[in-house]
Write a protein that binds this ligand. Structure first.
Ligand SMILES: O=P(O)(O)OC[C@H]1O[C@@H](O)[C@H](O)[C@@H](O)[C@@H]1O
Length: 324
């Protein structure tokens, strides 16, 4: 596991937004969201939570803080892995989970957030979930409400996968949703194949309060937890509840909605382009991972994309909060 050098220090001189004192107080109160079982979203900021731009957590790891000037919604995006680790809506509800056992010091990839699995999902020819989550992405652009990160080949990635690629991940904090876009460009002449996923960890007040709706009924899915190779099964339910360990690939389902009766909130995962499949993962019973307070509802392109030289693929996903 190798972390690349941090991006240019010049970017540390990032822009700040001005807020009235009421909003400043409101935002300060939610600078660190943590529930009583230790699942957290976001990180404490020495600079104060109304500031935006490039910051460091208490272990020195760099992240970008976004704040919406009208709603007070916030988001945090770590350069290590290009991971969105927090999205707090204007009401103060945190939707993105980071596991209590996650390392936030760069010693391993962040187990939480909207984690990139690229260019491979799961085990395979290269390491589990690929390398995009192992390395620092560089900052191409940022504002108070958006950022654009890039991942280009390095000696480290070429040792595993010698391809000419450029990944660009854009995050935009909008008035009523958080929008993300993953662009993969083949910068070479030869074709390249990849799988992609946002291994998204979402907060849950408690699993027995959670329903996951979407076009699941009648769909075949790969249940990875049966036998050595997994088993194809058919989903009969319209609404999924998690009452056991889950590691399931629902091909052709890309419209999940999380409904949490504990918070009275819903979260629609709007896979607008590229993300065709949904993976549900939860390590049911694993207290150390905080299993009862998160669920992974992942935006996935499971069948490999084959990109000719010079062509590109886009995965477009937005998170839209609502009320039950
Ligand atoms: O801890 P990570 O890297 O975020 O991964 C979480 C899990 O992701 C799942 O997709 C894998 O099947 C598990 O084996 C893994 O533990």
């Amino acid at each position: 596991f190798v972390v690349q050098q941090p991006s240019s220090p010049a970017l540390a001189a990032s822009s700040t937004a001005l807020f009235d004192s009421r909003r400043r107080q409101k935002l300060a109160a939610r600078s660190k969201w943590i529930d009583n079982r230790g699942i957290s979203g976001g990180t404490p900021t020495a600079e104060g939570s109304s500031k935006t731009g490039l910051m460091k957590n208490s272990d020195g790891l760099e992240y970008i803080k976004l704040v919406h000037p009208d709603t007070g919604a916030t988001s945090e995006v770590y350069l290590l892995g290009g991971v969105v680790t927090s999205y707090v809506d204007g009401d103060g509800t945190e939707f993105i989970a980071v596991r209590p056992d996650a390392k936030m010091d760069g010693s391993k990839p962040i187990s939480g957030g909207l984690s990139h699995c690229w260019p491979q999902f799961g085990p395979g020819a290269i390491q589990q979930h690929g390398f995009a989550r192992n390395v620092n992405w560089s900052v191409k652009d940022m504002s108070d409400t958006s950022c654009v990160l890039e991942l280009a080949p390095s000696e480290y990635t070429k040792e595993m996968w010698d391809k000419e690629f450029l990944c660009t991940f854009s995050v935009a904090l909008e008035e009523d949703q958080l929008s993300t876009k993953m662009l993969v460009e083949n910068k070479g002449v030869e074709a390249l194949d990849f799988q992609a996923a946002l291994h998204s960890y979402f907060t849950v007040s408690a699993l027995d309060k959670l329903e996951i709706a979407g076009s699941f009924a009648g769909k075949d899915f790969l249940n990875k937890l049966v036998g050595d190779e997994g088993e194809m099964q058919t989903e009969e339910r319209e609404v999924i509840t998690i009452t056991e360990e889950y590691d399931r690939v629902y091909k052709g389902v890309n419209d999940p909605i999380l409904k949490d009766a504990g918070t009275g909130k819903s979260l629609s995962v709007l896979n607008n382009a590229g993300w065709e499949d949904t993976v549900l993962w939860n390590p049911f019973g694993n207290e150390g991972m905080g299993y009862n307070n998160f669920v992974c509802v992942e935006s996935v392109k499971f069948d490999p994309v084959s990109l000719d030289g010079g062509s590109s693929w886009t995965g477009d996903m937005a998170l839209k909060p609502g009320s039950l």
